[in-house]
Write a protein that binds this ligand. Structure first.
Ligand code: ADP
Ligand code: LRH
Length: 487
């Protein structure tokens, strides 16, 4: 029989990839190790339409189809067989469908400011305390509950979260994957079900589709999708931790010791894996979230501003004609001593644009300073750029350490190690600063943890691997780099 493979569609806020995963059979006692082949990469980002920020979902879907077509070609060439496709993306955003099941408009992106006007109104009908007691969500201005409250007319409409929208376009089946549903603040963390109370409070119909858990199948490919991609119509689209962070945490290469993690990409998601939610007032006051993970775990974590601050600073400099390579910027920052820090968690950094200037302003507001931009930019990394990048790294490391300390206190845990996964795990300055700030060893990698978590859940659904997260984690491909805390 032809060897089975899985396809991961993993789309972050800054880029997407389509990856073929193979899980060779275990030999003797040792579990097999996941092998990955990236067949398609594409940039992602928000699009401004009439002054507000959106995702071009149709363009993203075209990239997904292109990736599936590329994967299909590789698989045919190798004489393999695709058993399933799994999709993960960022959380909280959704597309609205009309009565015919057509997408009404490009989905709003979470960095859009439209919720500013409604948050107080929502809190007047359902208090932040009550919202937390139900959903256990960190207050973030873009939580789905506020986005829905900002919609003008929801009558007769249906909503699908972004990964579910892509799965719907592949299969024609409407479902809401559970880990992502848990990020909406419309979800009851204890009942693991939608919360009618919260929908009522914002006067919205319960417009999301029935829940589906990681490992369950949405259904088979639509004939037209099979024809367009060259894949077999028998291929199933299987739910994974469709919230990218859920898939990333599933692929933290932890062994038995108590661990903390940082899923480091556009955002940094910093926290612990728990068996149950922490819904206490102390937890609310500390603004920790209880997102659902694969296998019913709880991702007890906090969103820290993340490499978005760096991405946006780089975009700024490129616009000024002094774009610099990431590796050069990081080397420039690593050569400097620790400098001023900003609160990377602050909502002042959520919106795009003018980031380097906003960081400078925040440093100055706190009484510090960064070198001025030169009148005549040099050919290499300028002093202000190196100092800004250094500030971002010091601020992220400080933010990680503060979040982890609080998480450990509130959850009554003592993590022995911090795993950093995702694109940021390649940032050795950030990894070392995190070890220093937390006083714990940092284990960096894998870079593509999210895709690995996605593929391993599919592999288990296909019967290629058995067991819980411990067994799945034993199959992760990683050559981790370890950083010891230094003074
Ligand atoms: P997302 O899934 O949110 O789009 P990723 O996990 O792909 O994000 O991480 C993207 C980030 O990874 C970039 O913003 C960049 O800072 C970092 N990164 C990518 N490549 C490297 C590298 N070679 N060295 C250091 N950092 C890197
Ligand atoms: C990371 C992420 C994060 C969410 C944010 C919207 O990609 O999914 O977990 O909070 O995007």
């Amino acid at each position: 029989a032809s060897p089975p493979v899985m396809i991961a569609v993993d789309i972050g806020a800054s880029s997407g990839r389509v990856i073929i995963g193979r899980l060779p059979a275990a030999s003797g006692q040792a579990a097999g190790t996941l092998e990955m082949e990236v067949v398609h990469r594409f940039p992602n980002g928000v699009t401004e339409i009439d002054g507000s920020l959106h995702w071009d979902a149709e363009a993203i879907f075209a990239q997904v189809q292109a990736g599936l077509e590329a994967a299909g070609a590789v698989v045919r060439e190798n004489g393999e067989r695709v058993v399933s496709i799994g999709i993960d993306t960022w959380a909280v955003d959704y597309g609205l469908l009309d009565a015919e099941g057509e997408l009404i408009a490009a989905p709003h992106a979470y960095r859009d400011a439209r919720t500013d006007a409604v948050i107080e109104r929502v809190h007047a009908t359902v208090s932040p305390e009550r919202l937390y007691a139900i959903g256990g969500m960190q207050f973030l201005p873009f939580n789905t509950v506020y986005q829905l409250a900002a919609e003008v007319d929801l009558a007769g409409k249906r909503a699908l979260m972004i990964p579910d929208l892509l799965a719907y376009w592949l299969t024609g089946v409407e479902r809401t994957e559970e880990t992502n549903a848990s990020t909406t603040a419309l979800f009851d963390a204890r009942a693991v079900a939608w919360s009618p109370e919260v929908f009522d409070a914002i006067d919205a119909p319960q417009l999301f589709a029935e829940l589906i858990a990681p490992g369950e199948s949405y259904g088979r490919l639509l004939p037209e999708v099979a024809a367009a991609t060259g894949l077999d119509p028998a291929v199933e689209v299987v739910a994974v931790g469709s919230h990218d962070t859920a898939s990333a945490v599933a692929a933290v290469p932890a062994d038995d010791e108590d661990f903390a993690y940082v899923s480091s990409g556009t955002w940094s998601l910093v926290g612990l894996e728990l068996d149950g939610p922490v819904l206490s007032q102390a937890s609310r006051a500390a603004n920790f979230t209880n997102e659902r993970g694969v296998d019913g775990t709880i991702r007890y974590l906090q969103n820290v501003g993340g490499l978005w601050l760096l991405q946006e600073s780089m975009r700024d400099w490129a616009g000024q004609g002094r774009g610099r390579e990431l590796t050069h910027l990081l080397a420039g920052a690593a050569a400097l001593p620790a400098g001023p820090v900003v609160d990377a968690n602050s909502s002042e950094f959520i919106a795009p644009g003018g980031m380097a200037g906003r960081i400078r302003a925040a440093v100055e507001a706190a009484g510090g300073s960064l070198p001025a931009a030169p009148a005549e930019p040099g050919s290499g990394v300028d002093a202000d750029q190196a100092a800004t990048v250094r500030c971002i790294m010091d601020s992220l490391a400080a933010g990680y350490a503060a979040s982890l300390r609080t998480a450990a206190e509130l959850a009554g845990k003592r993590p022995a190690v911090v795993h950093i996964v995702g694109g940021g795990s390649q940032n050795s300055l950030l990894c070392q600063l995190t070890a220093n700030a937390t006083g714990l060893p940092v284990i960096a990698g894998p870079v593509e943890a999210t895709a690995q978590g996605n593929l391993l859940v599919q592999a288990r659904a296909a019967g290629l691997i058995e067991g819980g997260l411990t067994q799945l984690r034993a199959a992760i491909a990683v050559d981790p780099v370890r950083y010891e805390p230094q003074q």
